[in-house]
Design a protein around this ligand. Structure first.
Ligand code: PLP
Length: 375
């Protein structure tokens, strides 16, 4: 346990909430969740499930209806064919990822993590007994195939991909993903593809599920982000039968089945996708931050092509990202996440999953903070 760090993004969110509880007008742009209400059909499905004798244990890998909904969705959306026995319903994508690492990693096995990266990959790989190996992405946060190749040893068993990316918003082209698939094939690697932000794309690079390109892929996904139900904890993993069976055996001891009531949200959430007006609203919010950056030459940004984060480059202020975020939170009551939590100091992550009015006020406060720092 000494090797494992508690989730720092959750710790920061807790600190922001404590300031809020103490009566301060904190604007929390640190959280990775949409502020919308879940779609009505999704809410109704859950309400109905409560009254439907759903109080008993159910199959560990998930209700048949849930697994079939995942198969139908993956086929229709990505053109990838899965049988129900290739699907495991989990308590969110987070648990799907951890169970995947537990199933794939032997003590000492190395897994490549592309930096900057979402906070839990490294800790989960360590918890599974593996060794996370960091590989830097390019200046534009794109994939550096040569760096990936260089980082591989005879202990490398896997690679974790995440696009649209948290925290950078990067989305990779088909050509680049083909190169990764080729490399993975040559080195006989497992690829774990975290596709949780697949619906949230702004640019013209389309989303391609990695399973479409490479058979030895475990796809991890869920409904947290697209249906705005982060607290309901429903996700899934899909991949080769042997891996899903091993993961199901693990889940049988770790958690049992995912709540039957919450699984009822999965079929309507998957078929609903992301509401078109949600994407428009996110686009508008993203634009507020892009416009703000243009007015602040000290802050640089590679425009996010997906997800709902801006990974702001604050290196010009010559201040580490933790100090920057702490001062911004304490003195100006705006919560952002230090880039060092994602493996890249000198950057901060701003989540624009908040109302335009609140984002505007937060940016005004950041104006003041940047003015003080520039003095
Ligand atoms: C990249 C990434 N993967 C996985 C998750 C976890 O998703 P879930 O709520 O389904 O566990 C998150 C949540 O922030 C995330 O950003």
């Amino acid at each position: 346990m000494r090797l494992v760090t508690a989730s720092q993004t959750i710790a920061l969110d807790t600190q922001a909430k404590a300031l809020l509880a103490a009566g301060h007008d904190v604007i929390n742009l640190s959280v990775g969740e949409l502020d919308f209400d879940p779609p009505t059909v999704v809410q109704q499905a859950v309400s109905q499930a409560v009254g439907n004798a759903s109080n008993h244990y159910s199959p560990v890998a998930g209700l048949q209806a849930s697994k079939q909904a995942v198969c139908a969705y993956e086929q229709a959306q990505h053109g990838v064919t899965y049988l129900p026995e290739q699907v495991l319903i989990t308590n969110g994508a987070k648990q799907a990822l951890y169970t995947t690492f537990l199933a794939l990693v032997q003590p000492g096995d190395e897994v490549l993590v592309l930096q900057p990266a979402w906070v839990s990959y490294i800790e989960q790989i360590k918890l599974a007994g593996g060794v996370p190996v960091s590989v830097e992405t390019t200046d534009q946060f794109s994939l550096d195939i040569t760096a990936m190749e260089r980082a591989m040893t005879d202990r490398t068993v896997g690679l974790i991909l995440n696009y649209p990316n948290n925290p950078t918003g990067a989305v990779y082209t088909a050509a680049l993903l083909q190169n990764v698939a080729q490399l993975a094939q040559e080195k006989k690697l497992w690829v774990i593809s975290d596709e949780i932000y697949e619906h949230i794309i702004y640019g013209d690079v389309p989303f391609i599920s990695f399973a479409k390109l490479y058979p030895h892929t475990v796809v991890v996904n869920g409904i947290s982000k697209a249906a705005a139900v982060t607290g309901w904890r429903v996700g899934y993993a899909a991949g080769p039968v042997a891996i899903i069976q091993a993961m199901t055996a693990l889940q049988s001891h770790l958690t049992g089945n995912v709540s039957n009531v919450m699984q009822a949200a999965l079929p309507p959430a998957l078929s609903n996708g992301l509401a078109a007006d949600w994407l428009q609203q996110l686009q508008l919010r993203r634009q507020l931050v892009l416009d703000w950056v243009v007015q602040h030459p000290a802050v640089q940004l590679v425009s996010p092509q997906g997800a709902f984060y801006c990974f702001l480059d604050i290196r010009a202020f010559k201040m580490d990202s933790v100090t920057f975020c702490q001062r911004l939170l304490t003195d100006h009551h705006v919560a952002l996440v230090p880039g060092s939590y994602f493996g890249r100091d000198g950057f901060v992550r701003l989540s624009f999953a908040n109302s335009p009015d609140r984002i505007r006020v937060a940016l005004e406060r950041m104006d003041q903070f940047c003015a003080i720092l520039s003095q």
